[in-house]
Ligand binder design. Structure first.
Ligand code: C5P
Length: 228
C-alpha cells in the first residue's frame, strides 16, 4: 500500500530524478515527470524513474494543439504507458476528445486554469470574471469530452468536485505539509485538507525532493495519509 501522492521529479538531470524516484517509490503510488525533464532527457527518463518499482507514471506534458496533433502526440507517448497524461482543457472539447481516443489505457488529465494565472492575466487573455467560473466551465467541458482526471488547486477542488461529481480523479498540486515553506506556490493546503476537500491524488515536489532525505520525507508525509 502506498500513499496517493505523485512526487514531482523536477530534477536538473536524469541521475538525480532516478535517485529521488528510488527513494520515494516505496512510499508513494505515482512519480511525475514534467516538461522540463522530459524535454531535456527524452523518453528514456521514464524507464530510469519507474525502474522496477511498480509506481505509476504521471506524464505532465500539458499538451495544447490542434486535435490531430494532440492525438498524434498521445499515440507517440502511449508506448511509455503513463497512467496519467495532462492536456490543457482550453484546447477545447475536440482536442480533449482526440487525446482520450488516442490514449487507450491512459487517463487523460485536463488542466483547467493554470494556478499561476492571476485575475489580471486571465482578463488579458480574454477570460473575464472570477477564475473559479472558468475553472468550473473548463472542468465540465473536459469531463464531457472524456477526460478521466482534472488538475486543480486545493482551493478549487471542492467546487470542481461538486461540478463533475464522483468518478473523476482530482489531482492537486500546491500541497504543503503543515509548517513547511510554501515556496512559489500561492494557494496551498495541507495533504490532509486537500484529501478532505475531495482530492484523489496529491502532487508534492520540493517538500520531498528538497529534503535532506527524500525517502524519509516521503515516508513521513505518507504515514499521515490513508493508503490506497
Ligand atoms: O515543488 P512543488 O510541490 O511546488 O511542485 C508542484 C508540481 O506541480 C510542479 O511540478 C509544478 O510544475 C506542478 N504544477 C503546479 N501547479 C499547477 C500545475 C502543475 O504546481 N497548476
Amino acid at each position: 500500500m502506498r500513499a496517493p501522492i505523485a512526487v514531482a521529479l523536477d530534477a536538473p538531470d536524469a541521475e538525480t530524478a532516478a535517485r529521488w524516484a528510488r527513494a520515494v517509490t516505496p512510499h508513494v503510488s505515482v512519480v511525475k515527470v514534467g516538461l522540463e525533464l522530459f524535454c531535456r532527457t527524452g523518453p528514456s527518463i521514464v524507464d530510469s524513474v519507474r525502474g522496477g518499482s511498480g509506481a505509476e507514471l504521471f506524464l505532465d506534458l500539458k499538451l495544447h494543439d490542434i486535435p490531430n496533433t494532440v492525438g498524434g502526440a498521445v499515440r507517440s507517448v502511449a508506448r511509455l504507458k503513463p497512467r496519467y497524461l495532462t492536456v490543457h482543457a482550453s484546447g477545447g472539447a475536440d482536442m480533449v476528445r482526440a487525446a482520450v481516443d488516442a490514449g487507450e489505457g491512459i487517463t487523460i488529465a485536463a488542466v483547467t486554469v493554470l494556478t499561476s494565472m492571476s485575475d489580471q492575466v486571465l482578463d488579458s487573455v480574454g477570460l473575464q470574471g472570477p477564475p473559479i467560473d472558468a475553472v468550473r466551465r473548463l472542468a465540465a467541458l473536459a469531463v464531457g469530452a472524456g477526460a478521466g482526471a482534472l488538475v486543480c488547486s486545493p482551493q478549487e477542488v471542492a467546487a470542481v468536485r461538486s461540478e463533475v461529481g464522483d468518478g473523476v480523479v482530482l489531482i492537486t498540486p500546491g500541497v504543503r505539509p503543515a509548517g513547511s515553506d510554501a515556496q512559489d506556490q500561492a494557494r496551498v493546503a495541507t495533504p490532509e485538507q486537500a484529501l478532505a476537500d475531495g482530492a484523489d491524488l496529491l502532487v508534492i515536489g520540493r517538500p520531498i525532493t528538497g529534503a535532506a532525505d527524500p525517502g524519509a520525507a516521503a515516508a513521513r508525509i505518507a504515514a499521515a495519509l490513508p493508503q490506497r
